[in-house]
Design a protein. Structure first.
Length: 272
């Protein structure tokens, strides 16, 4: 065999082997296309202050169904659920990261429920299991430590703590495995109120205890509530006596007896 023939055969075998080698590319990592639907228009108009609608109530979606899921970017996926007719509504700050104001509401259709309707067109419901006979109220505020949205519901006697996470509500549990609760307005010995506090450069949740002294004046203790990053648990943090010797008529005593968050709007039921 001549040298030129040998070289041609060698070249042909090498090209055949190269055609069988792996390319090095794996399965496609392209995310599947997500289809979104346009939310139905709310049945009540949102205003900066709480308002009540006189239109007849509409049925609620099942409260056990999450309102919607996050898009992976700012804003919640529209789910086509409108604010129930007759609900009390108020405009609140952005809760889903799209830098647009959102709407909170309280509805009395069936069992009491608090809810949030985002500017993106998603609605999430939080059933109210408090048993007080009067008006029930709720508010939501974005915290700075951790960076989550806390929701507080109250019936004038006690308050429950929740979080708005990934476009749905979770109920915050205490160290005893039970829902974390605050006592309000003297209906217990271990607390009288709940509030958000931005005194230290960030919005935090605190529990209040207004203690009446023998001379009739009040001392007020505040306890920082540490919420987990996913909003599912809370523990008591540091306690300080912030005010002492206040008259019963002092606004600081009134604040320590209920549920409030500075200028964050509250929505309430009619109390009927």
């Amino acid at each position: 065999m001549s040298k030129s023939t040998f070289l041609l055969l060698t070249l042909a075998v090498g090209m055949a082997l190269a055609g069988c080698a792996p390319t090095g590319s794996g399965p496609s990592t392209e995310a599947p296309t997500t289809t979104t639907t346009t939310a139905a228009s709310p049945t009540t108009s949102a205003t900066p202050s709480a308002v009540s609608s006189t239109s007849p109530p509409s049925p609620l979606p099942s409260p056990s169904t999450p309102g919607n899921s996050a898009t992976g970017a700012a804003g919640c996926i529209p789910n086509g659920i409108a604010i129930p007719a007759g609900a009390t509504t108020a405009i609140i700050g952005d809760v889903d990261g799209d830098q647009q104001p959102d709407t909170e509401f309280y509805t009395e259709v069936g069992a009491f429920s608090y809810g949030i309707h985002t500017a993106s067109g998603a609605t999430a419901l939080l059933p109210d299991d408090l048993a007080g006979p009067g008006a029930h109220s709720g508010w939501s505020a974005r915290l700075d430590g951790p960076a989550i949205v806390a929701t507080v519901l109250d019936d004038g006697r006690s308050a429950s703590l929740h979080a708005f996470i990934n476009c749905s509500f979770v109920t915050t549990m205490g160290t005893d495995g039970q829902p974390y609760r605050f006592l309000l307005n003297g209906f217990g010995e271990h607390g009288t109120g709940v509030a958000c506090n931005n005194r230290n450069g960030g919005t935090l949740i605190e529990g209040a205890l207004a203690q009446k002294r023998g001379d009739g004046l009040y001392d007020i203790q505040w306890t920082h509530v540490n919420m987990s990053a996913d909003g599912t648990t809370a523990t008591n943090g540091t306690t300080e006596t912030r005010y002492a010797g206040l008259a019963e008529s002092d606004p600081l005593v009134k604040q320590a007896m209920g549920s409030y968050c500075n200028d964050v709007p509250k929505v309430s039921t009619s109390g009927r």
